[in-house]
Design a protein around this ligand. Structure first.
Ligand SMILES: NC(=O)c1ccc[n+]([C@@H]2O[C@H](COP(=O)([O-])OP(=O)(O)OC[C@H]3O[C@@H](n4cnc5c(N)ncnc54)[C@H](OP(=O)(O)O)[C@@H]3O)[C@@H](O)[C@H]2O)c1
Length: 430
């Protein structure tokens, strides 16, 4: 062993502590794989007093994380503080300016400022790496960058948020409503006290924007994404979907559309026996579809100290080996502007649930409206309850343009015998 690479970790929470433990626990193995010793030289967190599940003796403590960007005994900065702004952004920017490599797990920072930071890294001849920012322990960025680099991608689709997947699969398995399962997830620590970032699809959107950039060479631009969360998913829709052979999953999907790269995060019905349908609980999965390779699936833990540290340390090893790559696979000057592809132009099959007065003739009215929009019905189930109670009509359609479906649903909603706003969910044949 001839060289050593000196590492500073800013942020010693779930991920930072996980990285420190992995560097210490697998020290010899990592040195052999990296061809250099990965030496932890400095750490920083808010509280020096907090007890942490890692040995920190002999490692310099920085009261101010920003000092790590200046230290001569830090070659690579690991940023695991979090947040798109504030200390994390300033620290990463200064470290890159000072010629230090940066490895981060911070998806919010990369989604908001990744392209500017990558340009700064290119200018200073250093590496910016963020494998851990997307799908935790799953090495999907590395796969898109290297193993799948020969392919033009038809679609990249994934379950990118473990909290949402836990909620949706628990609702299905236990027949419970959203609010009830969310409260339970919060009590178990699977969901934050303020869960909006996860359940409104923002976290998945950050990850999809990064994935799409690597797969298609577009700039990461959150305003190019359509984002819809899972708050409106009901136990009834999950049960009807299951009856039809589907599961409901929050997916992030990027595809090549006529107007540009379509990027969307929303709940979808997926076949129950598909790899994404079979991905349950807090697990993540990403399915990439290349023109040469076909479909390739990655599944694993998208969060947690160990899995996320696995991804961070893989970046450290790559840098120690002397590997250098454009952070988004394409050099920043070659990244294209991302455009927002309107959802009205999206084409897919739809799941529709209508609450209707249980009277003759309603179904005929509905099918007439669908026919006028050239929407072809694939299946129709009617669930009637007691006399005079509203009936539930569940319809799936063949692929249809979303603007036609929206027009049809507006007309249907205006019918006197339609009692509630129609429920519409998209289907994704993954
Ligand atoms: N948790 C996961 O499973 C996971 C998975 C993938 C990616 N990530 C990303 O990884 C990053 C870290 O997440 P985490 O879950 O490890 O967060 P966390 O447990 O909340 O840890 C954050 C750490 O940052 C420290 N910190 C906060 N403000 C600081 C400041 N001004 N100066 C120095 N240190 C400061 C905290 O110090 P104290 O300990 O003293 O409070 C804490 O050690 C985030 O960007 C997150 O999105 C997390």
């Amino acid at each position: 062993m001839t060289s050593s690479l000196r590492i500073g970790i800013a942020g010693l929470g779930t991920v930072g502590t996980g990285v420190a433990k992995l560097l210490q626990g697998n020290k010899t193995l990592l040195a052999e794989r990296a061809g250099a010793e990965l030496e932890l030289t400095a750490v920083s967190a808010r509280s020096k007093q907090k007890s942490r599940d890692v040995v920190l003796s002999g490692i310099a403590w920085c009261d101010n994380a920003l000092d790590m960007a200046q230290r001569s005994d830090v070659d690579i900065l690991v940023e695991t503080i979090g947040g798109a702004e504030g200390v994390a952004r300033e620290l990463v920017t200064t470290a890159l300016q000072n010629g230090k490599h940066v490895v981060t797990a911070n998806k919010a920072l990369i989604a908001h400022h990744g392209v500017a930071l990558a340009a700064l890294a290119e200018k200073n001849g250093v590496q910016l790496a963020f494998e851990a920012a997307v799908a935790g322990g799953i090495p999907i960025l590395q796969a898109l960058r290297t193993g799948l680099a020969a392919n033009s991608f038809k679609r990249v689709a994934g379950i990118l948020n473990g909290t949402c997947n836990y909620i949706l699969t628990t609702m299905q398995k236990e027949g419970r409503e959203f609010d009830d399962v969310l409260a339970d997830a919060q009590a178990k620590g699977y969901a934050e006290a303020d869960p909006s970032f996860d359940i409104d699809g923002v976290d998945a959107a950050h990850k999809l924007a990064i994935l799409a950039s690597l797969a298609y060479g577009t700039k990461v631009a959150l305003d190019a994404l359509y984002i819809e969360g899972i708050r409106h998913i009901t136990r009834a829709d999950i049960a009807y979907a299951a009856e039809l052979g589907y599961r409901i999953r929050l997916l992030g999907v990027a595809t090549q559309a006529k107007e540009g790269i379509s990027q969307r995060v929303h709940p979808c019905l997926v076949p129950a026996d598909s790899p994404l349908g079979l991905t349950e609980g807090v697990f993540n999965a990403v399915q990439a579809e290349g023109d040469a390779v076909g479909r390739v699936l990655f599944q694993g833990r998208g969060a947690g100290g160990g899995p996320t540290a696995s991804a961070v340390v893989s970046d450290l090893i790559a840098i120690a080996r002397g590997e250098r790559w454009p952070a988004f696979t394409f050099r920043t000057a070659n990244l294209a502007e991302a455009v927002r592809v309107p959802m009205e132009k999206h084409r897919c099959g739809y799941y529709i649930r209508l609450t209707v007065a249980d009277e003759p003739g309603v179904l005929a009215d509905i099918t007439k409206i669908f026919a006028a929009e050239k929407i072809s019905v694939q299946s129709l189930i009617q669930h009637t309850h007691e006399d005079n109670m509203p009936a539930q009509v569940v319809i799936t359609t063949h692929a249809t343009l979303e603007e036609a479906m929206q027009r049809a649903l507006n007309t249907i909603h205006a019918l006197e015998r339609i009692i509630e706003k129609p429920v519409m969910l998209r289907m994704e044949m993954v």
